[in-house]
Design a protein around this ligand. Structure first.
Ligand code: PAF
Length: 285
């Protein structure tokens, strides 16, 4: 496994793989890897000749009051895990390598970026779309792998790739969960033991919303109310948002029809840690 910090060296390695007609799969991460990341890596390994994993905690997607400094990091452990997975290249740039000068060029994906997480994290998806574009330009992958846990991110990136004709296939893999249903996330490591127990309510609340939909509830406000009601049973889960939106364009729905594919999405704070989760429901099923 090659560990490369230099964007130009990584680009050279990837271009030479492409010249010998090897396919490239990219798994972009911010490190502190868990089974969710490893599921993406395994899928990339199964589908490509060269697997590249990037590890970069991208400052431009964090707001000034957010947890950039606190974001968990453990490169030694990450590299050991990726060696086990038979990864070919780990790209580990530092901030000055990725942003040698103040950037003037950004990628914005309006429409799908300001809602849900974008409403409380202004500029977040601009940072994500811009850094993912840079990673695509450096690695030039045939396929890139993202987890459904960050559902809005996958919608933003898919739209960006379509709008800009970026020649990469975006592959979304299912959320990997702990045994009690908590969606795996690097931020889970920041939860204290009591807060960790509270966090297991998130999936139960989403399932309550799903059950309401599948039992015939067609008013999005009432579906959101079912989710909120369950979360309200646990003290000190602070809701940022609970939304019931169209799963394709993230637009709010005034009513739900039997043919709809609906996203139930939430963001909360527990013990100062921001957690997100979602379920996609095919209403007809
Ligand atoms: O999902 C993440 O870890 C990040 O948003 C990503 C895609 C690596 C961009 O920094």
């Amino acid at each position: 496994m090659d560990t490369l910090a230099s964007p130009s060296e990584t680009q050279k390695t990837c271009l030479s793989a492409k010249q010998s007609s090897r396919t490239i799969g990219l798994v972009p991460t911010m490190g502190y890897l868990h089974e969710g990341h490893l599921a993406l890596v395994r899928r990339a390994r199964a589908e490509n000749d060269l697997v590249v994993v990037s590890i970069f905690v991208n400052p431009t997607q964090f707001g000034p009051a957010e947890d950039l400094e606190r974001y968990p990091r453990d490169l030694v452990r990450d590299l050991a895990l990726l060696t086990e997975e038979n990864v070919d290249v780990v790209f580990t740039p530092d901030v000055s390598g990725m942003y040698p000068e103040q950037p003037a060029t950004f990628v914005e994906v309006p429409g799908v970026s300001e809602v849900l997480c974008g409403a409380s994290r202004p500029g977040h998806f601009r940072g994500v779309a811009s850094v993912v574009t840079k990673l695509f330009n450096i690695v030039q992958p045939d396929r890139s792998y993202f987890g459904q846990k960050d559902y809005q991110q996958t919608i933003v990136i898919r739209k960006m790739v379509r709008d800009l004709n970026i020649p990469v296939q975006i592959i979304i893999c299912p959320t990997v969960r702990e045994s009690d249903g908590l969606a795996m996330s690097s931020r889970n490591s920041l939860l204290g033991p009591h807060d960790r127990v509270k966090a297991s309510q998130l999936i139960l609340a989403l399932k309550k919303g799903e059950a309401a939909l599948l039992n015939g509830e067609r008013d999005p406000l009432r579906v959101a109310g079912a989710i909120r009601g369950l979360l309200a049973e646990t003290r000190e889960i602070f809701v940022d948002y609970i939304e019931v939106v169209d799963a394709e364009d993230l637009k709010k729905k005034s009513g739900i029809s039997d043919k709809d594919r609906v996203l139930l999405a939430l963001a909360v704070r527990i013990g100062g840690v921001r957690l997100i989760d979602n379920l996609v429901v095919n209403v007809s099923s």
